[in-house]
Write a protein of this length. Structure first.
Length: 448
């Protein structure tokens, strides 16, 4: 029964996340076609058989049986449809109008991503560590991992990776220089005891995703003593000892106060040894004995921490919009770099997320609250918009490519040629989807 509920939650979250994004995409095609007075016989929310709806202005607005996205049918654009040459038929319109219809779906997805990220910044703001111009610190190392082999040590400040500065926002640099460069050599500059060291790091490859890994945990941390708030407790030593979400860790053993890095180092160096955690809970202080479990020679207690000295930063509507534009540009650049690495063979198809993984992440996003759900929906909407513009037949970008070819040739390609090109594109996408789905199921441990 629990497994069935788990599956239903995953499917439900997937539909909640992806369904509206597809509807928005199709609405973009619809509203531009309507504005250009192109015939639109059907606008459907959902796929499959029609359940109910109404007709107005020559369009059947319907709700269909399968609650996954929707579709738009343009007059005279179906392969099996009789074409009369009427002026409101899609193929009778000039190429610039057809271009606008094709590009509108992706434009609406990108606009939605921008709107959602703007909304998150405006409503929720951000929590950040003071002095964001500082460098991230190595908090943990995998025994025998690439970073440790290179000579990196816990407590090192990471100045640059692959020549890119990590000050303030290390995530993008680590993605581009580590995750997208598996099994390549990169130069890492660290600061240790006031001295900068340049270390050659041979990036590893994750067996599950084929993405690059360095075998380290690198985070921006405050060097000032602070309390660590427990935001998640996994099944493990901390849960057995009685640690709860919301607890503040104010000390450990005889170290009071201590920094987050000091706490992590203490726990990592104490596998199998009892550590006394000093906590604040509901205004009272208590101490709990925890025995870190050994993983790869290091101690873990199974908690996620958030520094209590995070500073909340609010934005005006204008500032939030500026932040949203910056974030979406960064995400777009990352997507293009990922596609370039995929085409160039630096990373494999295993790095892509298929419907199973997206569904699992969707459930976690929904369970994490509205802010996380909106972030994830914006992220997926942006990717959906950009990927639909790739010059692959069947996708909007494929149709736009055909329009461009026709523009250069100064004549229309025959319907037969267009249909054959679309069939080839559809076959390619089906094979690609099957491969991604298989790898997706393998990563999820489902198998076939």
């Amino acid at each position: 029964m629990d497994r069935l509920i788990n599956i239903l939650q995953i499917v439900g979250a997937f539909l909640v996340m992806l369904g509206p994004l597809i509807v928005i995409h199709e609405f973009g095609h619809f509203i531009v076609a309507k504005g250009l007075r192109i015939g639109v016989p059907v606008f459907s929310v959902g796929l499959g058989p029609r359940l109910f709806g109404f007709r107005r202005g020559g369009t059947d607005y319907r709700i269909s049986a399968i609650p996954l996205g929707g579709y738009v049918r343009l007059k005279g654009d179906e392969a099996d449809e009789h074409r009369s040459g009427a002026p409101d038929e899609f193929l009778m319109r000039p190429r610039w109008q057809r271009f606008l219809v094709f590009v509108a779906g992706a434009a609406f997805n990108i606009a939605l991503a921008l709107f959602l990220t703007w909304l998150v910044f405006w409503i929720y703001g951000v929590n950040e560590i003071p002095s964001a111009d500082t460098y991230p610190v190595v908090q943990n190392l995998e025994r025998g991992g690439p970073a440790e082999v290179a000579g990196v040590q816990v407590g090192d400040s990471v100045i640059s990776v692959g020549g890119s500065d990590l000050r303030g926002d290390p995530d993008q640099v680590l993605l581009n220089q580590i995750m997208l460069r598996p099994e390549q050599m990169v130069s890492v500059v660290v600061e240790r005891d006031g001295e900068q060291l340049t270390l050659p790091l041979q990036v590893g490859a994750d067996e599950r995703s084929s993405l690059g890994v360095a075998g380290w945990l690198v985070r921006l941390v405050s060097t000032e003593p602070s309390h660590g708030r427990v935001v998640e407790v996994l099944d493990g030593a901390a849960r057995r000892a009685g640690v709860q979400e919301g607890d503040l860790i104010v000390g450990a053993d005889d170290m009071r106060p201590l920094t987050e890095l000091e706490l992590r180092q203490l726990l990592a160096s104490s596998p199998g040894r009892e550590v006394m955690l000093h906590l604040e809970r509901d205004g009272s202080e208590l101490s709990l004995a925890v025995v870190p479990e050994e993983q790869d020679g290091q101690g873990f207690i199974g908690v996620s921490l958030q520094p209590s000295n995070l500073v909340h930063r609010s934005f005006s509507a204008g500032e939030a919009f500026s932040q949203a534009v910056t974030v979406n540009i960064d995400l777009s650049q990352t997507l293009f770099r990922t596609l370039k690495a995929l085409v160039g063979g630096q990373i494999g198809v295993k790095a892509l997320s298929g419907p199973i993984e997206i569904a699992q992440v969707s459930r976690r996003a929904v369970q994490s609250g509205m802010q996380t759900a909106l972030w994830f929906m914006a992220f997926i909407s942006l990717q959906l918009g950009i990927l639909n513009l790739l010059p692959i037949p069947v996708l909007d970008g494929g149709h736009i490519l055909i329009l461009a070819v026709e523009g250069v040739m100064r004549r229309e390609l025959s319907i037969a040629i267009k249909e054959r090109v679309m069939q080839v594109g559809l076959l390619f996408l089906l094979v690609f989807f099957v491969v991604v789905l298989y790898l997706d199921a393998t990563k999820a441990g489902l198998g076939f």
